[in-house]
Design a binder for this molecule. Structure first.
Ligand code: MG
Ligand code: MG
Length: 250
């Protein structure tokens, strides 16, 4: 069942989303060659705690960190590590979740480390564009397939692979609620109603669609080892314009 959030729940989610955005603001500052993904995790944890929120990912199904850090061919769910050091030319997807007042904000962003190739620049630009295209369809009266199709069309226009096994999701009292949202058309005619909140999150690959899960049972990697990008916002549907929950307060 897809629940619709009350005014009060939305207020707390917006607060959680602001904290997630603060973490991303910080990540943007500190992502550079030489820093380890564990250091990024420590910094993210500090921002979340300073703002009296809870790192949603820590302990989720046993996940051992506050953020997911996924470099280059890693798509999502990378575990931060002291021995994993960012280097010039990498791209890193950082996924952040914060819980405030019992409500969750969830947002991922891909970052360039130093100077990156034109291919990687295109991949990041296209994936962000796919996210924005999906968000534009998050309005009452549309159906879930409208969002999925908008993401798919952008991916196809850049000839990028679409990760099939993972997708967006309802979010609120917990990180993963109904519905599941595919990043390509599946014919889902579920009606979007005002008050629904969905994390929209395209994961696009420079190569093919296929991915596998690493031996640590978390990291998801492209089969052809080509780079992947990931962008995500938590989005509220209204009768008018979609509202981004995971941005900084004005
Ligand atoms: Mg996320
Ligand atoms: Mg998510």
């Amino acid at each position: 069942m897809i629940n619709r959030k009350s005014r009060d729940e939305i207020k707390r989610m917006r607060h959680a989303g602001h904290i997630v955005a603060l973490v991303h603001q910080k990540m943007k500052e500190v992502v550079e060659p030489g820093i380890s993904t564990k250091e990024l995790d420590n910094i993210a944890m500090k921002v979340i705690k300073e703002n009296k929120a809870i790192p949603t990912f820590l302990g989720y199904n046993g996940f051992p960190a506050s953020i997911c850090t996924s470099i280059n061919e890693k798509v999502v769910h990378g575990i931060p590590s002291e021995t994993e050091i960012l280097k010039d030319g990498d791209i890193i997807a950082i996924d952040v979740g914060a819980t405030y007042g019992g409500m969750v904000g969830d947002s991922a962003w891909s970052y360039a480390v130093g100077n990156i190739s034109d291919d990687k620049k295109m991949l990041m630009k296209a994936t962000e564009e796919a996210l924005m295209a999906g968000i534009s369809k998050m309005r009452a009266g549309n159906v879930l397939d409208d969002i999925s199709g908008a993401v798919e069309d952008v991916a196809n226009s850049y000839n990028l692979g679409i990760v099939r096994q993972y997708g967006g999701h309802g979010v609120g009292h917990s990180m993963h609620e109904d519905p599941f949202l595919f990043n390509y058309r599946v014919g889902d005619k579920t009606l979007i109603k005002s008050g629904m909140v969905i994390a929209i999150e395209p994961m696009l690959n420079l190569g093919g669609d296929e991915v596998f899960v690493e031996d640590d049972n978390w990291g998801v990697v492209t089969k052809d080892r080509k780079p992947s990008a990931h962008f995500e916002h938590t989005v509220l549907a209204t009768d008018g314009e979609p509202i981004l929950m995971t941005t900084l307060w004005e």
